[in-house]
Write a protein that binds this ligand. Structure first.
Ligand code: NAD
Length: 260
């Protein structure tokens, strides 16, 4: 159980982050949510998580592309909740274009949110974990932390970088009670992927259901999406005592994508 533990999950107003926040709350952790969205909808989400699981749930609106706001997020969790015991670096964006047409501003944005934010979060949260002699850092990388796909140069670079951060931090924290691991999901049906399905359907003039099948068929042998709840349960496992010696690992949950 994660009772008395505080988890910060970046980018948890939607998709995978929300699935992980829900699973950690279900395991008894107090949770600090983060991300963009309608203020009213976020407050409803915050209140319902707290009520459903009987845990404290807070929200901080840090923009993960801004280092000073990431410092504020960790500061808020430490001040209002007492500590940051679990840090899930999940916020992320995608941009799809061939490298020569890839807008440099989009490169900067993807690198800032998907890669640099992981460094800044750990940079601010690690001292507190070491002091307590317990901590869990979970970085949501991707299959694209291990292999590439066309037209995703910034995303693939960022996710490979996240795998590198994960290994380095695992070495620096070995033996301290803190672990650092990466989760590498394949296709998960979230708003981030729905945009790519819509684009595929539009470009080929095919129905959405066919676009989904083509998307999965091209990469994911299982032919099915991974779910945010399944990823949440993996995160809960990484927080358990059973996972105390698991550190520096890249855990794929990808329907066989990277086995090919
Ligand atoms: P999503 O779009 O559903 O959710 C992204 C979350 O991040 C949202 O809460 C959004 O508000 C937040 N966010 C975006 N920019 C932010 C910023 N600048 N500051 C703070 N929050 C910000 O996407 P998702 O599919 O759930 O993706 C979550 C993570 O999982 C990402 O790192 C993504 O790369 C990774 N991932 C997704 C898939 C997939 O198939 N969906 C596969 C592998 C890895």
């Amino acid at each position: 159980t994660l009772k008395q533990k505080v988890a910060v999950v970046t980018g948890s107003t939607s998709g995978i982050g929300l699935g992980i926040a829900r699973a950690l709350a279900g395991a008894g952790a107090d949770v600090v949510l983060n991300g963009f969205g309608d203020a009213r909808a976020i407050e409803d989400l915050r209140a319902s998580l707290a009520k459903d699981f009987g845990v404290r749930v807070g929200f901080h609106n840090a923009d993960m592309s801004k280092p000073a706001e990431i410092a504020d997020l960790i500061g808020y969790a430490t001040k209002e909740f007492g500590s940051v015991d679990v840090l899930v670096n999940n916020a992320g964006i995608q941009h799809v274009a061939p490298v020569e047409e890839f807008a440099p501003e989009r490169w900067d944005a993807v690198i800032a949110i998907n890669l640099s934010a992981v460094f800044h979060g750990i940079h601010h949260a690690l001292a507190g974990m070491k002091q307590k002699g317990w901590g869990r850092i979970i970085n949501i990388a991707s299959v694209h932390g291990q292999v590439a796909s066309v037209n995703k140069v910034a995303y693939v670079a960022a996710k490979h970088g996240v795998v590198g951060i994960t290994k380095t931090v695992a070495l620096e924290t070995a033996g301290t009670g803190v672990t650092c691991n990466a989760i590498c999901p394949g296709w998960v049906l979230t708003p981030l992927v729905q945009k790519q399905i819509d684009a595929l359907a539009a470009s080929k003039g095919i129905p959405e259901v066919q676009a989904k099948a083509e998307l999965l068929g091209a990469k994911q042998p299982s032919g099915e999406f991974v779910t945010p709840d399944q990823l949440g349960q993996l995160a809960v496992f990484l927080c358990s005592d059973a996972a105390a010696q698991m550190t520096g690992a890249n855990l794929t949950m990808d329907g066989g994508w990277t086995a090919q």
